[in-house]
Write a protein that binds this ligand. Structure first.
Ligand code: PGA
Length: 254
């Protein structure tokens, strides 16, 4: 049984006081929630405070990106060594917004992923097709390209620290969720690719999250699918009550 992992991707939201309020709310609701791995990914500037507040709560903190060098003249960038030095445990890599607006490619995703693993960070690697690709019947080609390109050269041991997030771009922030059957179909396909790239044990152990308009109302149905092992949540993670409800709804009888 794979333990579910629910991560909240705050994107570029929340000022300093708003961030403290949200993190404190999450701590109150979700501290000690052992049935699910919970990860909170605020913007870089809030990471230190989030780690401080969540210390001892069992809720992990993640960054939304990192650069592949450990240090150097790279104005505006943040490294894996910096993240771990603040007690950050996870990092999101290759989110579709980074692919769309910041020139992220499979190659740069792979470089960032290697840097994350080298620094002992756990990575959430995002893959997924856009609307034109889905309508053009290219979903499986695009997902395969993202998975293979992003994970190129990784070992089975590396994969112990990797979670994949399948996020159909047409479902992100649109209120248009993939049906549970659509999600399951692609998740099973990804697991099959992992089996071919690594082996069955690695494919069976790797957690694959769904992302794209996950809400308290649809979380349970999505999470009940055989190959859906959690969620990467955007909009609904910005309020403590809705993120908490998603976490609780993701495990039956919690
Ligand atoms: P959404 O975003 O939940 O607002 O659709 C998900 C994501 O981009 O990770």
């Amino acid at each position: 049984m794979r333990k579910k992992i629910i991560a909240g991707n705050w994107k570029m939201f929340k000022t300093a006081p708003e961030a403290v309020e949200l993190v404190e709310g999450l701590k109150k609701e979700l501290a000690g929630m052992n049935a699910v791995d919970v990860v909170v990914c605020p913007p870089f500037v809030h990471l230190s405070k989030a780690v401080e507040i969540l210390s001892g709560s069992g809720i992990a903190v993640g960054g939304q990106n990192l650069f592949w060098e450990d240090s150097g003249a790279f104005t505006g960038e943040i490294s894996g060594t910096m993240l771990t030095s603040y007690g950050v445990k996870y990092v999101i890599i290759g989110h579709s917004e980074r692919r769309q607006y910041f020139g992220e490619t499979n190659e740069t995703v792979n470089k960032r992923l290697r840097a994350a693993l080298k620094n002992g960070l756990k990575a959430i690697v995002c893959v997924g097709e856009n609307l034109a690709e889905r309508e053009g019947g290219k979903t499986f080609d695009v997902v395969q390209d993202h998975v293979k390109g992003s994970l190129a050269g990784l070992t089975k041991e590396d994969m112990l620290k990797v979670t994949i997030a399948y996020e159909p771009v047409w479902a992100i922030g649109t209120g248009k969720t993939a049906t549970s059957a659509q999600a399951q179909e692609v998740h099973a396909f990804i697991r099959d690719i992992l089996q071919k790239m690594f082996d069955k044990a690695t494919a069976d152990a790797t957690r694959i999250q769904y992302g794209g308009s996950v809400k308290p109302e649809n979380a349970a149905e999505l999470m009940s699918q055989k190959d859906v092992d959690g969620a990467l949540v955007g909009g609904a993670c910005l309020k403590a009550d809705s993120f908490t409800a998603i976490v609780k709804n993701s495990v039956p009888n919690s």
